[in-house]
Design a protein around this ligand. Sequence first.
Ligand SMILES: Cc1ncc(COP(=O)(O)O)c(C=O)c1O
Length: 439
Amino acid sequence: MWPSENSASRPLYDRALRVMVAGTTRHIPWQDPFPRFAASCRGMYVTDVDGADVLDLVMNNAALIHGHASPPVMEAVQAQLWRGTACTLPFEVEVSLAELLCERVPSLEKIRLCNSGTEAVMLAIKAARAYTNRPKIVKVEGIYHGMYDYAEVSLDPKPDNWGNDPGRIGYSRGVPQGVLDDVIIVPWNQPEALRRILRDEAASVAAILLDPVSGGTGFTPPTPEFLDAVHEAAHEIGALVIYDEVLCFRLGYHGAQGRFGDRRPDLTVLAKIIGGGFPVGAIGGRSDVMEAVFEHRRGKPLLPASGTFTANPISMTAGLVTMQMLDEASYDKLDRIGDTARAIMRDALARAGVPGQVTGIGSLLAVHLHDRPIHDYRSAFASPTEAASLRALQLAMLKRGVLMAVRGVAYLPTVMADADFERLELAVRGALADMAQHA
Ligand SMILES: Cc1ncc(COP(=O)(O)O)c(C=O)c1O
């Protein structure tokens, strides 16, 4: 059984180590002492290579809103596989998914598909630059928007370098100074700071990039004042507002933007659930902006954009069926599932007498092992000791057959049921007891 040395995952990890740095190609599955390899996935569960079941609360980093191998999605994908997996000519299903998304989200007047959230954020930033002919973007401190250099600036500042006003800190080594110069960092939910920080560079700002609900802020929702300030400031300075709803689109039938009022971003970025478990991304928004940058019938567009697997019929089919299954009632269900899981986690922390809190909204949940009030990136930031305790909790839960992300985050799907909550409750109580014993 994982994580013992005789687990069938161990030789797989050894093979992986020979050909992949640290035995993995992405951080998400990394797990001390070595990754737990999957044999198959179904519904809420992953069966590992030892034959043990794991309740999966991560769902491939929030990409699977109906759990693994959802039968209607699998049936539709199976049928599509023999009709074509990728083709130079477009399939009807691309149009159908685009129609569904535009019908549900009023700000999406035109939409364009791509292959990942990273790519969609990159396209949105480039679109804003192309439309405004300005170089800079504004983003919020500590927020993940994928791997584009500009989107990564100040993703993980620490107390020793974050400064008074948020600084511009490169994420990977060697980020060109020019990239840092073109990204302005603001704190979350502080309208006054936003206005003040923007003042000097307003004329060169192409866009304000915003994730309405992000793990980086402990899923703290935006205040209406902050959203108003973002939209007003962008309007005043002639910049665009981009919402990154790659993760938080799952918060409402009309997206997170529908849940937090009726302000319309100029551009919205989507990914994850709209691909139904297959790679996808999308950028959409105002017709005039989309047409100005992407229209190619009169010659080279302001923003040339393409991709070999863009709008491939497998991702489109899985995404369409997934989104069709996600009717208005599903969002109430997701809220109830999130409330139940958060209550279980809170209760377990309280019973164990462990200082901590559980934040989140809808189907998003985050555990923090400190009780400082959380309202932005800095207040959500875990000290090295707190981060180590969180990793220990996550590991102890995984040993008891429940998978949360290493940072104590969960993304819950529509198929979570009573037996799964019971399993979660047993695992978290047991894990906290294990930790108390070893403290
Ligand atoms: C808010 C947000 N933006 C962008 C991305 C990047 O998406 P992808 O992993 O599909 O490139 C993510 C991924 O977790 C995300 O959560």
